[in-house]
Design a protein around this ligand. Structure first.
Ligand code: SF4
Length: 488
């Protein structure tokens, strides 16, 4: 993967992507297919709701005591022969990884899909130091060869059709290693075979691997990667040196907690009963696997997020992508419009918290939602995304101070949301003064014949496609008093 996401605010970026009919068709087909499969896989489990509640509870408890579990994790990784590094931000994480690779004398690394290294922009940092990183996940490979950016958590090349992928392989594979066959077709089996042969050279030639992890088990110092292609297993076992870059929120206390997540994650992500490959490793082992193991624990805004009592639930996320696949906004706008490796509903709440609300892009993300609630319904760890969206919108509208990676930053009250802010304040005042509210309701009821069907000023665009609800002839409380004598 190369390049960086544009910093364009969501409305402008989405205005461009929603005009691309091919993109919309690819996204619609893929998201609808995955969401239907997921619904069938989830319906097989009678205790899904209890699993979901357990998944949320374990993460919440872990996050409340994260300081304790991280220290326990460090002790156990170290005891098992690994080395733990702490990275406060992206620059520190990239510097640590670059120096570790340089210490091996290698100039090439293989990578298994890692959202944390996408977040830090590791590939670009390595390239600056003369180190080439090869993505080995099939979809990540497509994105890298196309000089593109991921647009989905689980299916980073979801915006590409099979014909496009065939052309990318034919045109670009030779620049990165073994070329694609001249007669390559767009049959999935042929495309997979071309990628397999191309990547095999990388797996056998590189002595340094870089990975992420889905979970880190504090009680033993074990890391867990789940995947579908086997590329992860290759990256984790073949190199002499393994460097794993993982966000601190991926910690779980104990092995028994995996029982919950290894049921929730595959059904929510790939609609499978279990992942085809589940790789686990604890430090280093003589004559088996990497000789040297380094764990880089990444903060990069996570402790700031943890300090927010409403927003912290975003750190429960297990990156299943179910919320993307049901989101009507993501389905039309695509992943690039969110301006970060975290697209869709989870990106709309995670990116502004990790980066802070100090730029127009991050300010715009909490508004990239219709608040329909579909994301909450499917989330396997019950993150109330609409609640966090509304909370972040309030912070954008109200302005104030925020802490971004340890630095206090002032958020200016968003001028473009002035009308909304005034309306919310007026509503708040009215709801706190019931007598005045009733008078206003009676006045509105008496004058209902003269009410406009469309809002004036900034609200006009909203009523271009909607009717204003009609004001009832009688306020509810008057009706209640008349029909029930004012009794409960
Ligand atoms: S927010 Fe929930 S549904 Fe969305 S990716 Fe994270 S765990 Fe999955």
């Amino acid at each position: 993967m190369s390049g960086t996401y544009p910093g364009t605010p969501f409305p402008q970026a989405a205005a461009v992507s929603t005009g691309d009919r091919t993109l919309r068709a690819n996204l619609r087909h893929a998201t609808h297919t995955i969401r239907a499969k997921r619904a069938r896989a989830v319906a097989e489990l009678e205790d899904w709701d209890r699993l979901r509640a357990a998944g949320a509870a374990i993460k919440d408890r872990t996050l409340r005591h994260l300081d304790h579990y991280l220290v326990q994790l460090e002790e156990n990784v170290t005891r098992a022969g690994g080395t733990v590094h702490w990275a406060a931000d992206a620059a520190e994480a990239n510097r640590i990884v670059t120096e570790l690779v340089q210490a091996t004398g290698e100039t090439e690394v293989v990578k298994v899909k890692s959202m944390a290294t996408q977040e830090t922009g590791l590939n670009a940092a390595l390239a600056q130091a003369g180190i080439r990183a090869y993505e080995t996940d099939l979809a990540e490979l497509i994105v890298q060869l196309a000089d593109d950016l991921p647009s989905h958590i689980l299916v980073p090349a979801i915006h590409r059709s099979r014909a496009e992928i065939r052309d990318i392989f034919r045109d670009r594979m030779a620049d990165w290693g073994r070329p694609a066959p001249d007669d390559l077709t767009d049959r999935p089996a042929d495309l997979a075979e071309a990628a397999r042969v191309h990547l095999r050279d990388k797996f056998l030639g590189c002595t340094v691997g870089v990975s992420g992890a889905n979970f880190m088990i504090a009680e033993t110092g074990t890391l867990v990667v789940v995947e579908s292609e086997g590329n992860g297993r290759m990256c984790l076992t073949l190199p002499d040196t393994l460097i794993s870059v993982v966000g601190i929120e991926k910690t779980v206390p104990a092995w028994k907690d995996l029982e919950v997540y290894l049921q929730l994650l595959p059904r929510s992500s790939t609609a499978e009963r279990m992942n085809p490959y589940t790789s686990m490793w604890t430090g280093t082992t003589d004559e088996d696997g990497p000789r040297s193991f380094h764990l880089v624990l990444l903060d990069n805004g996570r402790t700031d997020t943890l300090a927010d009592h409403v927003g912290r639930q975003a750190l429960r996320c297990i990156r299943c992508s179910a919320c993307l696949n049901v989101c009507p906004v993501y389905e039309r706008a695509g992943g690039h419009a969110y301006g970060s490796p975290y697209p869709g509903p989870i990106g709309a709440i995670l990116t502004p918290q990790l980066r802070g609300l100090a730029s127009p892009l991050e300010e715009s993300l909490p508004f990239a939602s219709s608040l329909c609630g579909a994301c909450y319904d499917v989330c396997p760890v019950a993150i109330d995304i609409p609640e966090v969206l509304v909370h972040l919108r309030e912070r954008v509208a109200e302005g104030g101070e925020t802490t971004v990676r340890g630095t206090r930053t002032v958020i200016k009250p968003a001028r473009k949301h002035t009308a909304e802010r005034i309306a919310m304040r007026a509503t708040g005042w009215a709801l706190n003064h019931p007598a005045a509210l009733l008078k206003a309701q009676r006045l509105a009821a008496r004058s209902r014949r003269f009410h406009p069907r469309r809002l004036p000023g900034p609200g006009r665009a909203w009523t271009d496609t909607r009717d204003l609800p009609a004001v009832p002839a009688e306020p509810f409380r008057d009706w209640w008093t008349r029909t029930h004598g004012g009794t409960a």
